[in-house]
Ligand binder design. Structure first.
Ligand SMILES: [Zn+2]
Length: 321
């Protein structure tokens, strides 16, 4: 009985680990605001709570619509060997070569980021505040996901190598334990990105190249760690959960030589730079003179539904933490 209960709790916990974890996504969007130029920072600071809170909407939407899942990852190793020359970087060419079903099944994050950039640019052109805020919050999510190595690997949760849980370990446990105390988030300024497609593919290829290290180092560390030292038990909201121990987590972070921090910093830079790029490409509208400032009752209801689905629900479509 005890064991059954324990397994249930573990399942519940693992279901709630997502891309960068909620902690990571919130932090990335929040910190990105401070990289913006003077013409933008006032507006973004005013709405920093919205941008932070809604950084995780895309993960919540995975409980509502099946098309959402593939926007968060690309199992690029499906397409052969690094640097995956076989896979066209142009979406239409990739679909022509591999079919729309295949391309969508194995994930579309590098293309989806570019779709979101086009939408955000249009929102700036329309001077539509509600759209600017929603799209800014959400593009931040997809950009950050593209920086996570295991979002560019079919073995995304170590499920093929007996390393279940590594996804949340890398992107949630490590930053939750160490980001506040040890990571340096002094990053500098947002930059205008001349070729966003090239930029995002470069980040995705870095992620893909690092996935092997992420998996191998965890395996090596497990082999040199006493079985009862790898995990520990923590109380969260009155529930005892099993998690990677502090010593195993810091050991892993040291072995990775700052990779999690580096990818988090690069995510923050990318988010701020895509916001800035959209604004510049839209002709630098005055953010003090925006229209459509209030969310409609329908939009507010949508936010509420996202929360309800997420709290009660199960991921629709393919799960890819
Ligand atoms: Zn995600």
């Amino acid at each position: 009985m005890k064991k059954a209960l324990f397994v249930t709790v573990l399942l519940l916990v693992s279901q709630q680990c997502f891309c960068w974890g909620f902690f990571g996504h919130r932090k990335i969007n929040y910190l990105a605001v401070f990289l913006l130029p003077p013409e933008m920072i006032g507006f973004y600071k005013t709405h920093i709570d919205f941008l932070t809170e809604h950084s995780v909407d895309p993960d919540k939407r995975r409980y509502a619509i099946p098309e959402e899942g593939p926007r968060h990852y690309i199992d690029i190793d499906h397409y052969g060997e690094y640097p995956y020359k076989n896979l066209p970087h142009n979406y239409d060419s990739a679909v022509a070569k591999f079919s729309s079903d295949t391309v969508n099944a194995y994930g579309i994050v590098p293309w989806w980021v570019q779709t979101m950039l086009a939408r955000l640019t249009n929102a700036f052109k329309e001077k539509n505040q509600v759209k600017i805020l929603k799209l800014s919050a959400e593009i931040g999510h997809y950009l950050a996901d593209a920086h996570v190595p295991l979002h560019a690997s079919h073995n995304h949760n170590g499920q093929f190598t007996n390393q279940n849980g590594i996804h949340g370990f890398w992107e949630s446990r490590v930053p939750e334990l160490l980001a506040e105390k040890e990571f340096d988030f002094w990053i500098g300024k947002a930059e205008h990105i001349k070729n966003p497609g090239q930029f995002i593919w470069a980040r995705v290829l870095e992620s893909a190249a690092a996935a092997d290290t992420v998996l191998r180092f965890e395996k090596e560390l497990t082999q040199t760690t006493a079985a009862d030292q790898k995990y520990s038990f923590e109380n969260r909201n009155g529930v005892t959960i099993r998690t990677y121990s502090t010593s195993f987590t810091t050991g892993y972070n040291n072995k990775l030589n700052g990779m999690v921090e580096r990818r988090m910093r690069q995510s923050i830079f990318a988010v701020a730079s895509f916001w800035y790029t959209a604004w510049v490409n839209a002709g630098q509208p005055d953010l003090k003179k925006l229209s459509n400032k209030e969310f409609t009752a329908e939009e507010l209801k949508e936010f509420e539904e996202l929360n309800t689905n997420w709290r009660n629900g199960k991921i629709v479509g393919r799960e890819h933490e």
